[in-house]
Design a protein around this ligand. Structure first.
Ligand code: BDR
Ligand code: CA
Length: 312
């Protein structure tokens, strides 16, 4: 089993990511830590506890992360994810509490104790990961890689140049991409191709277990924001689940090793990921950047994961 720590800001696509990760026998989810992003820290923490309660996974330690970015005020995405951060389905109240430790302390404990190097999977702003990497340099050797959702080579979704997770905390992203740890970047180049369509949501609903029902209702809400014709989408981009799909079925993806720099100061480009896709510089590669996905196989992967909840 591959040991992983999920650092997330649920968030509809973060919640689906958690559900997919916990359906798999190949991933050992050592902890879930929460970042402030789609909603405030208090709300993303509560949403994480609610999803794990729904899944009956009170055994997984959950810890609360930083309430704000390293050097900036928090920006939230309530226009996408609603007032709760997870509007749509009726979710159970949390049946358990977070651990006393902070997200950073819990990450350190789990990475230190793990017999095999741990994969960190951030699907929100990178604040917690940056604080952890800075505070515990001696633990870097026990981190296998960082599989993150964030950035893009060629577009933005929060500004013309920047993707939301990186835009919220560019200083944190800068630390993460410079840490010398392999990064797998699932950015908008691939996640905008990982769209879930109305007919896929009906397939999910038809699975007919309480978890798939919840995912269908999450997606119904998530669709609303993405139906705006300005995006030119047919469905809704399932950003964060690309991280889990890549770990479990990497053959679905096409990727290129690149140098990626983070723009922290640009007048128009703050939070931009500058991706040297065509190797125009001699900067050493620091990330594997995802560019393409087999969308139909990705949807089948999601259906397979959710169908497993019948047996659990
Ligand atoms: C990212 O921003 C959030 O709204 C989503 O959860 C995803 O992590 C996409 O830009
Ligand atoms: Ca997210």
């Amino acid at each position: 089993k591959r040991p992983v720590i999920l650092d997330c800001d649920p968030g509809h696509d973060d919640a689906i990511s958690l559900i997919l990760a916990l359906s798999s026998d190949q991933l050992d989810v050592l902890a879930v830590t929460t970042s402030a992003g789609n909603q405030t820290q208090a709300k993303t923490l509560n949403n994480t506890l609610r999803i794990l309660t729904l899944l009956g996974r009170q055994d997984i330690p959950v810890a609360s992360g930083s309430p704000k970015p390293l050097a900036r005020n928090l920006i939230i995405a309530d226009n996408v994810h609603g007032e709760s951060g997870l509007d749509g389905p009726v979710l159970p109240d949390p049946s358990f509490a977070p651990v006393e430790q902070t997200a950073i302390e819990l990450m350190a404990e789990k990475v230190r104790q793990s017999a095999t190097p741990v994969t960190l999977v951030p699907t929100g702003p990178l604040t917690n990961i940056a604080i952890f990497l800075t505070a515990y340099p001696e633990l870097h050797t026990n981190i296998k890689e960082i599989v993150l959702m964030g950035g893009a080579a060629s577009e933005g979704n929060w500004t013309p140049a920047a993707e939301f997770n990186i835009f919220v905390d560019p200083e944190a992203a800068d630390i993460v991409f410079k840490a010398g740890i392999p990064v797998v970047m699932c950015g908008l180049d691939v996640t905008h191709k990982a769209q879930i369509m109305d007919e896929d949501i009906e397939r999910i609903r038809d699975i007919g277990n309480p978890i798939s029902q919840c995912v269908a209702e999450l997606l119904d809400f998530f669709m609303i924001y993405h139906r705006d014709p300005k995006w030119g989408f047919t469905g809704a981009p399932l950003h964060d689940p690309c991280t889990i799909a890549w770990m479990l079925q990497p053959e679905l993806f096409t990727a290129t090793d690149c140098w990626v720099g983070i723009e922290t100061k640009g007048e128009y480009t703050q939070g931009m990921t500058v991706v040297d896709r065509y190797h125009l510089t001699s900067n050493p590669h620091n990330a594997k950047v995802m560019f393409d996905i087999d969308r139909l196989a990705f949807v089948d992967f999601i259906i397979d994961c959710l169908s497993k909840y019948f047996q659990k």
